[in-house]
Design a protein around this ligand. Sequence first.
Ligand SMILES: [Zn+2]
Length: 286
Amino acid sequence: MRWENERRSDNIEDRRGSGRQQGFGRLPIPKGKVGAVLLIVVLVAGYYGVDLTPLLNGEIPQQVQTQGQIQTKASPQEERMANFTAAALGMTEDLWQSEFRKLGKNYQAPKLVLYTGQTSTACGYGQAAMGPFYCPADYKVYIDLSFYNDMKRNLGGGGDFAQGYVIAHEVGHHIQNLLGVNQQVREMQSRVNKKQANQLSVKQELQADCFAGIWGKYVQDKGLMEVGDFESAMNTASAIGDDRLQQQSGGRVVPDSFTHGTSKERQAWFNKGFTTGSIQACNTFN
Ligand SMILES: [Zn+2]
């Protein structure tokens, strides 16, 4: 994917290394409501915010091990990944601004927080081991850039387009938040049993994949795609399907406990967004 000449988003909050922390590292929580607020946000994170959680189970990221050491300078390679992330986010902004305009709505872009190891969010404490996630309570996407290395090593080979798919998937959750899908799913989940609630979570995840596919089409229409890009996203979708993850962890595949969808489903919905470019076509709830 040719991203180097693309606009970098300004909506980046860089919290990498305590020496370079910008803005607020700790979110203000109203006094007296702390317990209730934390409980709610943790529940929300459990349902909607935290992605790919099982991916890195059993593997302790280096950042956590070296926690406490102040990282003062990022490597050129890491800076390149930060730049890439800002470019990929910028593309989601241009895409969704235009899509929301078609719906007669204003697009409120999310912030993307770069952090190292762990960070506080309105959805509770975020850790690199969770993988990238979206917190609907503060409208922010969180990513530790070391995740890109994990993708390369363990999750289908990585590559910039595949990394963009992951960013676009998290932004997809933001789109769901703006469109009211999050809230509708939560309401439906409160009325059904755990198995059905899980199925609703799967549908929500697959819709985020479909929205990521719309981003993929946008990249293609801009003429930025390169040979092998689409396949790299498919490899990632396959590698992070819940069935694959369960098999790898040595467990039996138990479909009812799926929360993200199978490898095939994730590929199919990314592909649906990619071929149609249509929000309506991404109705995974039908
Ligand atoms: Zn997700």
